[in-house]
Design a binder for this molecule. Structure first.
Ligand code: TIU
Length: 221
């Protein structure tokens, strides 16, 4: 069965049996004051604002019985998977692994690394912990998607131009057709979000497609 989801730059043709939802890094470390994003000087409010829409998208995929996969950007407690070039980046007082108001920054198991409670993974939903910005780098995501027989992904999460775009590009290169949910992704920089939506769809979907959540769920239902 092929459905057509109204999308930019042209409709996204999908066999829903091969379609899954990938929710990127909706963690306290990015969405709340006191976390990694705030330590870099960012206002976290634009990221908080998409939580209801991501929740709606999640509910839609769960109701359709399609797979939902979550990711978290975080490191082992000993930081052995955090390259010095990543840890030493920037000029902020608090670095990855340092103790902040949400626990050790970007460290697995710390309060800040948790997905916000409104979007908490359900039992059985895979959660991929990733040391990089892209979700395929040093993770089992590609094998997981193959095991689930997924060939197409709807992407949501934060931040649009960093972890979401990196993951979308990595997925595209691995042969997955990608549709980014425009209102379920956010950046600390609205202009970077807009630029990402424009650049991934340019050249007749050189990286993939974009569509609002209501259009995606409307077509799938
Ligand atoms: N800083 C920023 O915009 N993003 C990240 O560091 N990670 C993710 O996007 N998840």
């Amino acid at each position: 069965m092929t459905l057509r989801i109204p999308a930019a730059p042209y409709p996204f043709a999908t066999d829903p049996a091969t379609l899954g939802l990938l929710v990127i890094d909706m963690q306290r470390d990015f969405l709340e004051p006191g976390g990694f994003g705030a330590s870099l000087g960012n206002d976290t409010r634009p990221l908080r604002a998409i939580v209801p829409t991501v929740r709606y998208l999640l509910a839609g995929f769960r109701a359709l019985g399609r797979p939902v996969i979550h990711t978290r950007e975080c490191h082992r407690a000993d930081l052995s998977d955090c390259p010095p070039a990543k840890r030493e980046r920037g000029r902020s007082r608090l670095r990855i692994g340092d103790r902040g108001p949400l626990g050790r920054i970007l460290v697995a198991g710390e309060p800040g690394s948790a997905i916000v409670p409104e979007l908490a993974p359900r039992p059985g939903e895979p959660v991929i912990d990733k040391p990089g910005k892209g979700a395929f780098c040093r993770t089992g995501l590609d094998n997981l998607l193959r095991d689930l027989r997924l060939r197409q992904l709807v992407l949501a999460g934060v931040t649009t131009e960093v972890c979401v775009q990196s993951t979308m590009r990595e997925a595209n290169d691995r042969g997955y057709a990608c549709l980014l949910a425009t209102d379920a992704t956010a950046s600390y920089f609205p202009e970077f979000r807009a630029a990402t939506l424009a650049m991934v769809t340019a050249q007749d979907a050189i990286i993939g497609w974009t569509a609002p959540t209501a259009a995606i769920l409307g077509a799938l239902r």
